[in-house]
Design a protein. Structure first.
Length: 274
């Protein structure tokens, strides 16, 4: 069976600890693209904050973004399909971080929006360097984000970031009690909120059907709980060596860590199978 699609998570998977993609990994993935394999970035990020290193790859077509709430045409820079959140949910989530003096961001129309007042909070020197860089690059800063009704009505996803772990756990439990919502964690104490039926697995499955690709022709890589559906959708689901235990248990295989170029290592091993 020919390999036709590679779905790969970004943070903690394709990106190393410096938020970079190793040159060797770029070379392996480019070789796959040149052979006609679809490489699908599958990420919690929105298209506007995809890492610059990703675009060293030539020939990318689609991305499963925002934990599956958005499928994006990378060539035409437009949505293929999207799953929006109720504006009331987005507003409530933002106000929760306001009370905790923490930070939120809203994804809408391929871009990331955050409140101007958190610009200083996001850049505090004790935050992780990658976190600071993430917020400094490509965000749209607006005043009084929670009051931007029209913008909130276009949101597909809202991310909440907390300094205190207990605040993050409380927010995750609160939104998780709503059966129509998905509240997941991918880094630190963050909470990522989308509609429940918006997940990487279901959107990847829909994209594969659109492209005429069968399950056994796909491999997927991930490290966090928001990657579980994607790993189950692909014929081969691969957990990174740095993945959380639940992902390793659910995967068909475990590769090296993101700092050890686990994606490239595994693809080199299976090239001869296809």
């Amino acid at each position: 069976m020919k390999l036709r699609l590679i779905a790969v998570d970004m943070d903690g998977t394709l990106l190393n600890g410096k938020n970079e993609i190793a040159s060797n990994t770029i070379e392996v993935l480019q070789r796959m693209i040149d052979r006609g394999v679809y490489v699908i970035p599958s990420t919690g990020r929105c298209p506007g904050v995809l890492p610059k290193d990703l675009f060293r790859l030539k020939g990318l077509s689609y991305a499963v973004a925002e934990n599956g709430a958005l499928v994006w045409n990378l060539k035409e820079q437009k949505a293929v399909w999207r799953i929006g959140l109720p504006a009331t949910v987005v507003k409530e989530a933002i106000e929760m971080t306001d009370r905790c003096r923490s930070c939120s961001e809203v994804f809408a129309d391929g871009l990331a929006y955050s409140d101007s007042r958190v610009r200083e909070w996001a850049g505090r020197p004790w935050h992780d360097e990658n976190f600071i860089r993430y917020f400094q690059e490509n965000h749209q800063w607006v005043d009084h984000l929670s009051e931007q009704t029209e913008l909130l009505s276009r949101a597909e996803k809202v991310n909440l970031y907390f300094e205190r772990g207990e605040d993050g756990r409380e927010a995750k439990a609160y939104f998780g009690r709503n059966p129509s919502l998905s509240a997941l964690t991918s880094v630190g104490q963050n909470v990522e909120i989308t509609m429940a039926h918006a997940d990487k697995g279901s959107s990847l499955a829909r994209l594969m059907e659109h492209l005429g690709i069968r399950r056994e022709e796909a491999v997927a890589f991930g490290d966090q709980e928001n990657d579980l559906g994607m790993l189950k959708t692909a014929g081969i689901g691969v957990a990174m060596g740095n993945a959380v235990d639940a992902v390793k248990l659910a995967a068909d295989a475990v590769t090296l860590t993101n700092d050890e170029q686990g994606v490239a290592c595994f693809l080199k091993k299976i090239e001869k199978w296809f």
